[in-house]
Design a protein around this ligand. Sequence first.
Ligand code: NFE
Ligand code: MG
Length: 576
Amino acid sequence: MSKHIVVDPITRIEGHLRIEAVIDDNNTIVDAYSSSTMFRGIEEILKGRDPRDCGLLAMRICGVCTGTHYQRSIEAVEHAFNVTIPKNARIVRNLIQGSLYVHDHVVHFYHLHALDWVDITKALEADVQKTVDEAFKWAKVAGETPWVADASKFAAVQERLKKFVKQGRLGPFAKGYWGNPHYKLTPEQNLLAVTHYLQALDLQRDAAKMMAIFGGKNPHPQSIVVGGVTCVQDIENPARIALFKDLLVNFRRFIKGAYLPDVYMAGTMYADEALDGTGGGLKSYLVYGGFRLDDTGFYKSSLLFPSGVVLNGDLSKVVEFDPAKVAEDVTHSWYEGDKPLHPFDGKTVPKYTGFGKKENGIAYLDTKGKYSWIKSPIYDDKRVEVGPLARMVVGFAKKDKRITEYVTKFLKNGNLPAKVLFSTVGRTAARAIETEIMADIMLEWTDELAKNVASGDLSTWTEFDFDSVSKDAKGYGLEEAPRGALGHWVKIKNGKVENYQAVVPSTWNAAPRDYKNRMGAYEASLIGTKVAKPEEPLEILRTIHSFDPCIACAVHIVDTKGKSLGEFKVNTSCSI
Ligand code: NFE
Ligand code: MG
């Protein structure tokens, strides 16, 4: 008899996400539903505003990827009024968003995702000298020297963990599914990863500082305006650019000496899951394109991440991306509407219909009706996945020189075939590959900025006189946020926002079924996954976390009988 697993909320993510899965007698997932139980509504708040203010409001869509919403919103207004930006502004915007990428991806791998692969408790059994050997082994696979290979440091971490366990308080490591048979790392590998986890907690502050140098602050930067950027003194002062570069150089060392080796380690130890495609899901990918590399103009410049669509895992073909083909459907979402709408005409009118049947005290999602606050984005009437994996797949399929080089290097070093990309492991690896790309190219951008300023070009803003332009216009800001394709669409009438729609990466990935009852990316990715212990849905967390969901923090898991299996609140101020 099939069993129904409910994980609500999924933890170690931003926001509230509920997953319901049905497993058969072999504990294999045969059906899955993804639901956001949190309503926001920023799109409605933006209506009637001065379009120049949208960026500051729109970035409140999220507390994580703030700056990317800020930039998309400003760019949508720039696109509407045909405003171009100077070279310095382009580079600074790339550096602000690049800082977000490296920050997000490292925090995601260690603090939001690693414990799906790493069994902390097993690290207690590790031999610290053998842990040094592991550090060298995986760094060598990556072609690097290890970030840390000092037995005394590993011993110190192990001591710290022992104290935690002795006191019976595991802090941020409490309530894990420790000992689950689907954990596959050796004790030494677990200790190595936990050590990097703790070090990354300190280091991630540097990435936040990098964003603040040109952004004015973090997490919500302030220096981007319609027409350019305002951080004039920061780019004119060589010490500010040098500070940015110093922080980047050190953070990049961690990416190459710890993050990449750890991903090789996990990829190798979990290679069977990568090879059998666990978590692959839709295998259709969409990239809007992102990070302008020259000043030809919006949607004309060459890009770090080229745009395109790859369908059904077929790397031999890439379909060109057309912004007109984006639509959102609300058949299974708690909104009013009866057909998919392009974002320029999109509507956000809440229509909450509640949950469905109640059994044993548990209210289940009404999966035949509406069951999520997330809309269902569709591209050319197809369901697609967005994110780092989409960017690496599309870039690789398009034979983009840089992406092909990094992806090929990764597969070759790891001795892995390209098909491993279409899996949960592949999704996690793709994020690491793009983090390396980003860290490398940000060094080039930093030098490009310093050189351009030194040549005498101090321009940061193209004058934009709002009073002299037509007050009726429309535009979009389409880019690649850390979690995938992000679009803001704005329609302006009489100088005020008439309609505003944002289609966010997690909207694409976490969406419910659509009007043809086709699954969203999270839902599809769970089908066929074998769960070792239904009461410990580790495999569900692993695959869902691999997308880096952005929907806040708290844990609550219930079983099918309504019995509470565990509940805690994450205290973000706790130190370990
Ligand atoms: Ni809130 Fe985000 C990113 C955007 S959400 S973290 O990356 O845009 O999917
Ligand atoms: Mg929206």
